[in-house]
Design a protein around this ligand. Structure first.
Ligand code: BEZ
Ligand code: FE
Length: 302
């Protein structure tokens, strides 16, 4: 992907007027739209796209490169891979959409990007169980409690958890159909939960397509900061989609999809094999880590 700098001819007043007239004509072409929200979306899109073209003096050759890039994003997209979401992620649009919709409510836990690796129908585990499904990695005990904004426990909340293994791969990237590194459990009467996982590890987003090409053209890393995904649902509460990140991970602060929020960076404590292990698990003499994540759910709006 090569974009060459070319001097933009200085816009004359006459040309600026023609540019502006074109923007207005295109915006007015949606006047008859009967869906006000659709009309708002498309007219704002037109105004912003035209402002971009005019600001940078986009050449026809550059527009051709962009169209070819989008066409290649389309060609690589299938039921297992969504290059457009990846593009939205690396441009920060996914995270901006989360931010715009994540009204801060009474100390509720912050949201972050969903990512492409959630799978419906994960195995159910009991509190104290193991989500790893035999995935490689250092054992990690994660516990916490789910509460409402008044501090009352939320019993029976569904806690979905998914993560990459210690080599940086999700089970959906394995060559076979194994299910690993994902499960769901329900909070107890005290809102508490606890499970075994593997210590989160940094991994690259899929970088072998047009989005990876864009990242390397601009000298950006495809690495995601180490994280563990959560989706927490309970009747009467807003669905929470979030991650926890690992304090001290060198990729925190330069996550390739801008997903970090300071409140979600958690301490992961390292434990020697000799220390007592939670939930009576036999780790066969391996060291392990632990982290705590207390979750506050916002009430459903309305
Ligand atoms: C993930 O967290 O799994 C992810 C998010 C955005 C892009 C790629 C991966
Ligand atoms: Fe992830």
């Amino acid at each position: 992907m090569t974009i060459r700098a070319e001097a933009r001819p200085t816009a004359t007043a006459d040309r600026r007027a023609r540019e502006e007239a074109l923007v207005q004509r295109v915006v007015r072409s949606f006047d008859a739209c009967s869906d006000p929200r659709l009309q708002e979306l498309v007219t704002a899109l037109v105004r912003h796209l035209h402002a971009f073209v005019r600001e940078v003096g986009l050449t026809e050759a550059e527009w051709g490169v962009a169209v070819d890039f989008l066409a290649r994003c389309g060609r690589i997209t299938d039921e297992h891979r969504q290059e457009f979401i990846l593009l939205s992620d690396v441009l920060g649009v996914s995270m901006q959409t989360v931010t715009v919709n994540d009204e801060a409510v009474g100390g509720a836990t912050e949201s972050t990007v969903f990512g492409p690796f959630f799978v419906e129908g994960s195995p159910r585990i009991e509190i104290g169980g193991d989500i790893s499904g035999g995935a490689p990695g250092e054992p990690c005990w994660v516990d916490g409690a789910v509460r409402d904004i008044a501090g009352e426990p939320v019993a029976g909340a569904r806690v979905e958890v998914w993560e990459a293994d210690g080599d940086g791969f999700y089970d959906v990237q394995y060559p076979d159909a194994r299910v690993a590194g994902r499960a769901h459990l329900f909070t107890g009467d005290d809102g508490g939960f606890g499970f075994w996982a593997v210590t989160p590890t940094p991994y690259p987003i899929p970088a072998d397509g047009p989005v990876g090409e864009l990242l390397s053209a601009v000298g950006r890393s495809p690495m995601r900061a180490a994280h563990l995904h959560f989706m927490v649902t309970a009747p009467g509460f807003r669905r929470l989609v979030t991650h926890i990140f690992v304090d001290g991970d060198e990729h925190v602060g330069r996550d390739s999809v801008f997903g970090e929020q300071a409140s979600l960076v958690k301490r992961f404590v390292r434990h020697e094999a000799s220390e007592p292990v939670p939930a009576g698990r036999d780790l066969g003499g391996l060291p392990w880590s632990s982290s705590r994540f207390d979750i506050v759910l916002a009430p459903e709006p309305g």
